[in-house]
Design a protein around this ligand. Sequence first.
Ligand code: KIV
Length: 268
Amino acid sequence: MLLLVSTPSILDFASAHAAGRKFVMVTAYDAWSARLLATSDVDALLVGDSAMMVVHGERDTLGATTELMALHTRAVARGAPGKLIVADLPFLAVRKGRAHALDAAAALLRAGAHAVKAEGLRGHAEVIAHLVESGIPVMGHLGLTPQSVHALGGYKVQARSAVAAARLREDAAALAAAGAFSVVLECVPAKLARALTAELPIPTIGIGAGAGCAGQILVLHDLLGFTPEFRPRFVRRFADGAKLVQTGVARYVSAVRTAKFPRPKESF
Ligand code: KIV
């Protein structure tokens, strides 16, 4: 018997876009936050390789491997089985040729992702097309591509000059032609992101790219205020997570030291 069950899919992007509804994404790296996000209204979760910086404390995302991304993806998929999950292909996964990219994407989809995200385009457009033709939905990522941080000379706003903006426009069009279902635009001027959103056949998801994108994404820890030392202009803090943790832990420490925890009713 064939059961028709509705599962989250990349078609949700297209339908939100067609309806003019803003698509909302956040990052997730583990099961406990995914369980909380599962009860929220966010449209999709990104298992970003930003996990290397946010969770593992590294200075960039280059240390991510397929195995590590699959581990994070599995945890998120367990926590939020009803959410659309996109997982990052790690550093160089799309540069080692079709077979390597297919293996990496397969590992992420087997771990529970519905789609993968690949940074950049030049030199691997054909690999992205091959993934798409193999039935693997691919989200692109242009502008500030953190895996190229050393080539870009740091985490800086991209495509400020007319030449760089024209190049980004070409890349975005080529990405759509390669079959990507959506593209993240990171740290690009708002005017350019708005123009790209109007001219591209696929929805744009902005981070530091202004309000004109079809959707937005932020790193969960940034929007919840768990990374108070990280203060880029594009992040708005919607909660004071750092204070919540510090206050909660301080109350716990004090309760233990003053013998107020545990109480008899908290003991066996
Ligand atoms: O890795 C990540 O979290 C990302 C987002 C910032 C778009 O790529």
